[in-house]
Design a protein around this ligand. Structure first.
Ligand SMILES: Nc1ncnc2c1ncn2[C@@H]1O[C@H](COP(=O)(O)OP(=O)(O)OP(=O)(O)O)[C@@H](O)[C@H]1O
Length: 555
């Protein structure tokens, strides 16, 4: 690694011999040489001492020099492009050999990208994390390699964290906090979170942006844009220019913590009817673009089964609550938390109600779904739940699935086409079906890639949230039950009716829509009641008796 200290030494060594040669020419030149020599020595000493000073204050970092960051990015882009150009041009040995070599090139390129992100940090890590999450679009070699970036976030030393706090809030942290934890609760690409105690004794979580990230982000994005444009010229089939647009749109939002605070409040208002949901309150008087102070809420990660067992938290209730929460966000409000990973969803037991509470963290980025997309998605799920095959075809195609709509239905529900035909809420996944789904996922990989490249980008986030919910269900060993489909159905009915009510042309049609909405919701309520009674002890007992009676009648 080249540090500023050894850069300085290299500069001095290069200057000295050239100057010494000039000394032999004339006395005048000799004086000049001595002058140069002095200047060089002075410059070296100045650079060296400022280097040492900067190093001590943690600011000596090659990643801070634009030229170093640009150099790394250019070299990496060139190396990746050359690798693809040279190794995939003429591959003898048929398609299998080609796929094999392509996979190796993907692997090497992903590793180069990973190294670049780790070296340049900040925005690069953030963009790398997004790439790593594009499981549905990028080859697995990339997503697997880049996914480690979630645990590669740089940690800013406490002294620099407190300096940011002081610059932002205008007061020394010791005036604001009784205590400030040295070790962060979590560190990410753009910021890290520390637990602290305010002077009035309240415990808070303080999210502090890494220094320099803000100032470097614009230049980084500009650099990425230029490099990707060059790549697009070399590889016209390159389809990822939209990543730059996304980064340009989203990074400024993510870097403004006031925006995060507003998102958190909007979300809290949206789901105020859910007693099980907790969103940490924001301390606005102590929050700025780079520092966000919020209520500290303790809990275990939603995929931590041991924590739940220890705290006697009912895992089924947690799964159901999560399903309800995400259905409300997606179907009803079209305002969806963009980072659905278990680190952002905590659970704890509410000791007053004795039921689980879900704590939703990290409101930096939300996706606002377009109305037409949201309504089509509602209709599609309604059709899937009601086994309306014509509806499944129609709305899948409206969402861009084309002739691949059966595959789309399977990807969305994670069920086999047979189960979709029989009704996903009627029967749960058997071992055979799970095996069939796994095998099909491998067999239909090219079709799945084609499908995902043609659906709207909003869909990818929804697939990611589906993955989160399924991942949690698998870890907690709960499975999508009839009641979770009912709560989805309820949200779809509400969302569709709200839309029609907003566009009703007369009082009569408004009343008509309201009556049918109540009718549907009533039906769903009765069905849910029936399911509850059936699963109760009395219900199971009655069920056995009826089975026994019908068996004896047939005899
Ligand atoms: N209000 C809070 N109360 C308790 N812990 C918190 C709170 N906010 C954040 N944390 C802890 O800090 C960690 C990081 O927080 P957060 O997700 O908001 O940061 P981030 O920088 O956006 O990280 P990432 O991008 O990885 O999600 C969380 O996983 C959680 O453990």
């Amino acid at each position: 690694m080249v540090t500023r200290t050894n850069l300085t030494i290299q500069v001095t060594i290069r200057i000295v011999p050239r100057v010494a040669a000039g000394e032999l020419c004339s006395q005048r030149a000799g004086k000049m040489v001595i002058g140069f020599y002095r200047l060089a020595s002075l410059t070296s000493v100045t650079l060296l001492s400022s280097g040492v000073l900067l190093h001590k204050s943690q600011y000596l970092d090659p990643s801070d020099f634009g030229v170093v960051r640009i150099g790394r990015a250019v070299i990496t882009t060139a190396a990746i492009s050359i690798d693809y150009l040279t190794h995939l041009r003429h591959v003898p040995g048929g398609p299998e050999k080609y796929e094999d070599i392509k996979s190796q090139v993907h692997m090497r390129s992903a590793q180069r990208l990973l190294d670049l992100c780790c070296a340049n940090r900040g925005t690069f890590i953030k963009v790398g994390q997004h790439l790593g999450a594009l499981e549905y679009l990028l080859p697995p070699e990339y997503t697997r390699t880049l996914s480690v970036l979630h645990s590669q976030a740089p940690v800013t030393p406490l002294i620099d964290v407190l300096q940011v706090v002081k610059e932002e809030l205008g007061e020394k942290s010791s005036h604001l906090f009784l205590h400030f934890d040295e070790t962060p609760l979590g560190a990410a690409s753009l910021a890290q979170v520390h637990r602290a105690v305010l002077r009035d004794g309240r415990t808070v979580a303080v999210k502090v942006q890494h220094p320099k990230v803000q100032s470097q982000s614009k230049k980084d994005i500009f650099l990425m844009e230029i490099l990707l444009r060059v790549v697009k010229v070399v590889f016209p089939q390159f389809e990822f220019m939209w990543l730059v647009d996304e980064a340009k749109k989203n990074l400024p939002l993510e870097l403004n913590f006031l925006n995060e605070g507003h998102n958190a409040e909007r979300m809290a208002t949206m789901v105020r009817a859910f007693p099980f949901l907790r969103i940490p309150k924001i301390h606005w008087d102590l929050s700025t673009e780079k520092v966000l102070v919020m209520e500290y809420v303790e809990g275990g990660q939603v995929n931590n089964k041991d924590y739940m067992e220890k705290n006697k938290i009912d895992v089924n209730q947690v799964s159901q609550a999560l399903g309800k929460l995400y259905s409300e966000m997606i179907f009803v409000h079209g305002f969806v938390h963009c980072d659905p990973h278990p680190g952002n969803v905590l659970v704890r037991k509410n000791l007053e109600t004795n039921s689980p509470e879900i704590i939703l963290l990290d409101h930096g980025l939300y996706q606002v779904l377009t109305e037409s997309f949201r309504l089509d998605y509602c209709h599609l799920w309604q059709a899937l739940i009601d086994v309306n095959m014509e509806g499944i075809r129609k709305y899948s195609q409206r969402l861009g699935a084309g002739e691949l709509y059966p595959l789309f239905a399977c990807v969305l529900t994670a069920r086999s086409w047979n189960s979709v035909n029989r009704g996903i809420k009627q029967n749960s996944v058997t071992k055979e079906e799970a095996l069939e789904i796994r095998n099909n996922a491998a067999t239909y990989l090219p079709q799945i890639s084609q499908l995902l490249s043609q659906v709207p980008r909003q869909m990818l986030l929804l697939l990611k949230t589906n993955d989160l919910l399924r991942g949690i269900e698998t870890t907690l060993q709960t499975s999508a039950s009839s009641s979770s489909f009912l709560s989805m159905s309820r949200c779809c009915v509400r969302a569709i009716s709200r839309y029609h009510k907003e566009h009703a042309v007369s009082v009569w049609s408004y009343a008509h829509i309201s009556i049918s909405e109540s009718f549907y919701l009533g039906q769903l309520y009765l069905y849910e009641l029936f399911l509850r009674v059936r699963s109760s002890r009395v219900g199971r007992w009655l069920h056995h008796i009826l089975d026994w009676v019908s068996m004896h009648q047939h005899c």
